[in-house]
Design a protein around this ligand. Structure first.
Ligand SMILES: [Zn+2]
Length: 448
């Protein structure tokens, strides 16, 4: 048997929309594409890529001349390395899925159809354990409850067969308190879905949403879990994936803060494994500039972690930091500061990565690493620079996941094969290093 069988059959980080393939999109939309309002998709695409796509023409061609047409559709939709590491560009392509699923006359029908397609495909690929995560985009409570209920019901039914499928509700970062309340309402109204709905997640753009602002809601989640352990929700969190708006120290700190807040698994956390010299070479002046509020948070962090940081050879000049703090506090928090990198600072950033990985190991926090996704959205310039090399070398709990296997055209087994191709790990050694990812599944804090 393939020594990596366990890793190839257990998916812990996947978004259902991102599982849709070109063939699924054509199949689901074939009768309605002319009536669908594609504005959201076209606007985002034009903003990100500079050209306005004609989606109706793409469908026309794919249906009338599949040989050439499906390839053309694929060129438009699949997010490749050439599209450039940029979350806005990824979202522009993803919006095609949203345009389809939000088509008002068939909304309910499409949502059910697409998710059944997705669950069937992953089952056919041989997966037997999957945790899906999804945020939905409905702003009304009724729409939110319906959307997540339908997803969880489909997974609950699918789990009667050959696959164990669980559901994590991604709270929208800008309305996470409200989304969490609504999720609790869903569990109140549908207790039969409690075994399926095992956690909450934070996803979508991370820039502008500092983890410190999630401390209260996460505190509430932990408290609720203690009060009612039967329906405890564990936490996953996309962090350290897309962070061009801040310094490398701040990006690393965000990962650390999220882990210390009792998060079970971190999504991506590339900031902890991408070499800083590579990170700053990705764009002109990358990671030099950040908000004063961010710099002040970093100073507070450094002052309160001085001795831990010293253990990892990171010198904190407390007097200099206090002076800087006083000067910055007199300025507006939304102004920016610039700090340039030299070899000493880069060395210390590497040490900071080691420090936080060490803390993750102590806490038992898991990193979900998604090779293709990180290369294509996370702005990793080359496979040899992928953070997975650093993660594998450390003892951090690690799961290899696919994130969006449809839009990347790369299923989970291909992601594992990618690791074998691009690292020195042999299959047996990799299997031993990873172990069975099912030990990281959510729901483990609920009483047996
Ligand atoms: Zn993700």
């Amino acid at each position: 048997m393939d020594p990596l069988h366990l890793a190839k059959t257990c998916e812990l980080h996947v978004h259902p929309g991102g599982c849709l393939t070109v063939e699924d999109l054509i199949d689901i939309g074939k009768d309605d594409y002319k009536d669908i309002d594609w504005t959201l998709s076209k606007d985002a695409y034009e903003k990100a890529f500079g050209t306005r796509p004609d989606i109706v023409a793409l469908y026309d061609e794919a249906l009338s001349n599949p040989d050439a047409g499906i390839d053309r559709f694929r060129d438009h939709f699949v997010y490749t390395q050439e599209d450039g590491g940029d979350f806005g560009r990824f979202q522009a392509k993803f919006n095609l899925i949203l345009g389809l699923l939000k088509h008002p006359p068939k909304r309910q029908e499409f949502v059910e159809a697409y998710f059944r397609h997705v669950v069937n495909r992953l089952t056919r690929q041989g997966l037997d354990f999957v945790e899906f995560r999804c945020s939905g985009s409905d702003d009304t409570q009724e729409g939110f409850l319906r959307f997540h209920r339908v997803h969880a019901q489909i997974l609950s039914a699918a789990s009667q067969d050959s696959i164990t499928a669980r559901y994590i509700v991604s709270l929208r970062r800008w309305s996470s308190d409200q989304d969490y309340d609504w999720l609790q309402d869903l569990l109140d109204q549908h207790p039969e879905l409690i075994p399926t709905i095992v956690g909450i997640d934070f996803a979508h753009f991370e820039e502008g949403y500092p983890p410190k602002n999630k401390r209260d809601i996460l505190g509430r989640v932990h408290q609720d879990n203690l009060t009612d352990p039967e329906r405890a929700l564990e936490i996953t969190y996309h962090v350290g994936e897309s962070y061009f708006d801040k310094s490398l120290e701040s990006a690393i700190r965000w990962c650390h803060e999220v882990a210390e807040m009792g998060t079970r698994r971190l999504g991506h956390a590339t900031a902890l494994g991408l070499d800083p010299a590579v990170a700053i070479a990705r764009r002109p002046d990358a990671h030099i500039c950040e908000l004063i509020s961010e710099r002040l948070d970093q100073i507070t962090y450094d002052l309160s972690h001085t001795s831990d940081l010293a253990t990892f050879n990171i010198k904190v000049d407390t007097n200099a930091l206090r002076d800087e703090q006083q000067a910055l506090e007199r300025r507006a928090p939304d102004e920016t500061v610039e700090r340039f990198y030299d070899s000493q600072r880069l060395k210390e950033v590497r040490n900071r990565q080691q420090y936080v990985l060490h803390r993750l190991i102590q806490l038992g926090t898991v990193i979900e690493t998604c090779p293709t996704s990180n290369l294509r959205i996370g702005g990793i310039p080359d496979p040899s620079h992928h953070p997975i090399h650093a993660f594998l070398k450390s003892n951090v709990n690690l799961a290899i996941c696919s994130d969006d296997p449809g839009i990347f055209d790369s299923p989970l087994a291909s992601e594992i094969d990618w690791v074998l191709t691009h690292t020195d790990w042999a299959p047996d050694a990799l299997a031993q290093r990873l172990g069975d990812p099912r030990r990281f599944k959510l729901g483990s804090i609920r009483p047996k």
